[in-house]
Design a protein around this ligand. Sequence first.
Ligand code: HAM
Length: 426
Amino acid sequence: MDIQRPRGTADLLPEALGLWSAFERVALREFERANYREIRTPLFEHTELFVRGVGDTTDIVEKEMYSFQDRGGRSLTLRPEGTAGVVRAYVENKRYGRADIDKLYYLGPMFRYERPQSGRSRQFHQYGCEVFGAEAPELDAEVIALSYRILSEFGLTGLTVEVNSVGCDVCRPQHKAAMLRLVQPHAEEFCGDCQRRMERNPLRMFDCKHETCQRLLTELQVPRISDVLCADCREHLEAVLHHTALLGIPCERNPNLVRGLDYYTRTAWEVTVAGHSTVSGGGRYNSLVAELGGPETPGIGFAGGVERAVQLAIDQSLTAGEDERLDVYVVTADQTATDQATSLVDTLRRAGFMADRDFQRRSVKSQVKSADRQHARWMAVLGETELASGTVTVKDMDSGEQEIWPFLEVAERMQERRTKQEGEGK
Ligand code: HAM
C-alpha cells in the first residue's frame, strides 16, 4: 500500500486497546471519585491562544505547533496541550461566577511536531485536570495525589513525584534580575535558544538540554528559583509537602525542576519512573486566567500521557485482564434460518447479551470455529429440525452440555443461567 500513516502517529488496534481502556477506566474513576467533571474543548484553537497561554519562549510554541491557515485566512493550531483551551473555555463560558471551585478533567488527543522516538509522538493522548478558584496548598496536594494515584491504581510501581516551587510575581522578578546580572555578560556563550530565553523568560534556561548551557549556569553560580523563594512561596511549598505526606504520596523535592511551559507559578511537579520519560506533570498557574482575559483566578492542574502510562504497564508486565467474551454465537444451518437468526441475535442483544452471527454465509463447521475463536459462552444452533419445531439447540461451550429450548424462551433461559452462574461466582 503506498499511503501510510503520517510519521509520529499510531493506529490503535483492538488488541492493544485493552490496556488503554483499562487505564482510561481507572483515570475516569479516580477523577470522578474526587468530584471532577468532564470538559471537552476543540482539537484546534486560534494560534494566539497557545502563544499567549503556553508562552512564546517554550519549545512547544517555538518549534512544535501544528499551525495552519484555514480557508478564511485565520491562523489555527492543533492543540499541543489541554490547559490553554480549558482556561479559554472557563473564561469564555464565564464559569468564574460560581460559589464552588470548578474541578474539570479531560482526556483526548494532543499534537506536537516533535522528533518521533520512544515515548514521543506527534499525535498523543493526554488525561488531565484543571481546577479553578482556590489557592490553598491542600488543593495542590489533592491534584498531586490524583496524578500519582491514577498511575498507582492502574498497577504501576516505582513511581516518584518530584516537586518544586517556581515562585510567584513577587520572587520571580527578583530572581530574573539576579539571573540576568550573572548571565548577560556571558550571553554569547549560551545557545541561541537560551539567548532568546534570557530576554523573555530566563528561568527557562534551566530547562535547556544543552550541556554547555547547564555547565555555564553552574559555573556562574546562577541561583535556582527554589533558592530565592519569597516567604509566602516557601510556606506554600512546605504546606503542600505536609499534605502530600498525609496522603502517603512519595514526594521528593527537586530544586532543578522548572517544567517546559511558561504559565506556572509556585507548585510544579512531575511523576516519573526511573529510566523512563516523565509520565505526567503539572503545576499551579495563578495568573493564566487573568492573562487570557478572565478575572484574577488561581488555577492548578496536571496532564499525563496515556501512551507513556500504557508503555510502562507493558514494561512492568501488567495485563488488561481477560478480553470480554462473546456471550452467544448464533449458528445457522443454511439460508432458510436467516430470518430466525436475525431476530434471535436482536432479542439477545436487547436482553443485554453480547451476541453475534455469521454474515458470510459459511458452512456450519466454519461457524462453529468462529464461536470457538471468539470464546463464546454459548452457541445457539438454528438447523432444519429446530426451524420445524420452533426451537433452538443451545450448547454451553464450557461444559459441552447441549439442550433444546423453545425459540421464544432462549433469552429468558439464558438470563436465568447467567444469574445462577454469577451466584456461583463463575
Ligand atoms: P507536559 O509536561 O507538556 O504538560 O505534558 C504532559 C504529559 O504529556 C507528559 O508528561 C507526557 O506524558 C505527555 N506528552 C507530552 N508530549 C508528548 C509527546 N510528544 N508524545 C507522547 N506523550 C507526550 C502539559 O501539557 C500541561 N498542560 C500539563 C498541565 C495541566 N499543567 C497544568 N495543567
